[in-house]
Ligand binder design. Structure first.
Ligand SMILES: Cc1ncc(COP(=O)(O)O)c(C=O)c1O
Length: 479
């Protein structure tokens, strides 16, 4: 008997690995083939969910087939399907199988994508993929960036760079500006970076939910007169509420005149730059000092796939460089090739692989078409809502989103509020399709976000018909 016999090394035999792996793939393929016929929202069995929480740490092994079956029954079937073609709520997350396989490979090979010398191939792929995005978004050759978990961390990373480069350690009296339509990740990011709430000035948006340049100029004048130090403007390119795009050129002009950092949150909208309509809507995006985007939203990657782009690649390492003794030998390739110095993670996943593989396997033309489909779908949704006659369009189709509220025949606004607000719950109870709500102009509205290219005209028609039926039923209940 060898000295090592009987040691638990947490391995499977080749046969078991094949069986396990093939079973997982079969399970996923079954899911993709049947997803359309499944409910978008699952009716939750709270007793079953409570049972999950009360399991002690398992001492004894359990066959993987049983664990997989438990996962399917208790986790998959208790999760709403954010990639379902009739999921139009929040921001739909329509991933793709090439991205899924890439994530599997990245996990399987356990590629350590932090230190160039440990995995130069991966680092080069990340640099290349970031560079594709740089070109597609019209950033200069010196620009660069890094993959992060998602939009929240991309915004946080960019704001950390802005703080480092513009404030050089002295945050006193510094002020950043955004509109009341900015994502909450902005205020939270600044808070985490040590800014007091009063150091973010949230300006009222205009009638189209955009940051008004005149309002910004007035606030800057006022704040400078009061001895404050404006340093950063945060614009949104595709607001979460309604897809609004701030006037990017006008804001970039102000930032240039006033020597302010321009950060653009394009977590949702930036990928639209790959299409002609998107380039028109987002013109000026290329003037940002920093840009946050999410490839797990409108670039069809599995969750988590965020990217932050900086106008100067070296700004990241100027912010995040550290000098640990035990990694000195690894620094030979320079700071910009060592992703451990480009953000807050040391050990990090190889997230770029999924976007690189998806771009290569589908080709840019197909990706552009899939993004473009979102513009058409939102226009179709708007037309269907107008035809139905019982909806008021609040913001017309823009960047694959349309917002609307119920319009009862009697024109009763309080009733419209109650029905509109009740619809999200009614949709969840029904399960066939999903749209989410928000408030615009102080009023409850519904949003249909149409960036899943697999949503068909029939999916939209059925969803809008269902909304109409549920609204009439709610109205009858309330009366
Ligand atoms: C405009 C915008 N910014 C930031 C975020 C946050 O991104 P994530 O959820 O990937 O952290 C979102 C998410 O919906 C968003 O729409």
């Amino acid at each position: 008997m060898s000295e090592d016999s009987g040691k638990a090394i947490l391995e499977f035999s080749s046969e078991e690995m094949r069986a396990f792996g093939y079973r997982v793939i079969d399970q996923l393929i079954d899911y993709y083939q049947t997803r359309r016929d499944k409910p978008v929202v699952e009716a939750l069995d709270s007793a079953m969910l409570d049972a999950i929480l009360h399991e002690p740490p398992p001492r004894a092994p359990m066959p993987w087939r049983e664990v997989l079956a438990q996962f399917e029954a208790q986790v998959v079937n208790a999760s709403n399907r954010v990639d379902h073609p009739r999921f139009f709520g929040y921001i739909p997350l329509a991933n793709n199988f090439a991205g899924v396989m890439a994530d599997t490979l990245a996990a399987g090979y356990n590629i350590f994508n932090a230190v160039w010398l440990q995995g130069p191939g991966a680092a080069q792929i990340e640099r290349l993929t970031v560079d594709w995005l740089r070109q597609l978004f019209g950033f200069p050759a010196a620009a660069g960036g890094t993959f992060v978990s998602g939009g929240s961390v991309a915004n946080l990373t960019a704001l950390a760079v802005a703080r480092q480069l513009r404030l050089a350690g002295d945050m006193r009296a510094a002020v950043a500006y955004c509109s009341d339509q900015s994502h909450f990740a902005i205020a939270r990011g600044l808070r985490l970076l040590g800014f007091a709430p009063g150091q973010l000035r949230v300006l009222p948006s205009d009638g189209r939910y955009r940051l008004p340049p005149a309002g910004l100029r007035a606030a800057l004048r006022e704040d400078r007169a009061a001895g404050l130090r404006p340093f950063c403007v945060i614009a949104t390119a595709g607001s979460t509420n309604c897809g609004a795009v701030d006037p990017l050129h006008a804001l970039a002009d102000i930032c240039a005149e006033e020597a302010l950092w321009l950060h653009i949150d394009g977590a949702y909208g930036a990928p639209a730059m790959l299409t002609e309509r998107g380039r028109q809507a987002l013109s000026g995006l290329e003037r940002a000092d920093s840009l946050a985007l999410d490839a797990h939203k409108w670039l069809f990657q599995p969750i988590e796939c965020g990217v932050v782009l900086l106008r100067q690649r070296r700004w990241l390492s100027q912010t995040f460089k550290a000098a640990p003794e035990y990694l000195k030998d690894m620094e030979q390739a320079g700071e910009e090739r060592n992703f451990m110095y480009q953000g807050i993670q040391l050990t990090r996943q190889f997230r770029a692989l999924k976007l690189w593989m998806s771009f290569k396997i589908f080709g840019l033309d197909a990706i552009r078409e899939a993004i473009d489909a979102g513009f058409d779908a939102a226009q179709r949704a708007e037309a269907l809502l107008r035809q139905a006659g019982c909806w008021q369009i609040i913001t017309p189709a823009q960047l694959a989103m349309v917002t609307f509220r119920y319009r009862p025949a009697a024109g009763d606004d309080a009733l419209a509020d109650r029905v509109t607000q009740g619809l999200v719950g009614a949709l969840m109870a029904d399960g066939f399709a999903f749209a989410s709500g928000t408030r615009l102009g102080g009023k409850p509205v519904l949003r249909l976000v149409c960036n899943n290219p697999r949503a068909t005209a029939e999916d939209l028609r059925q969803t809008i018909d269902l909304l109409g039926r549920l609204a009439r039923a709610l109205e009858a209940d309330i009366r």
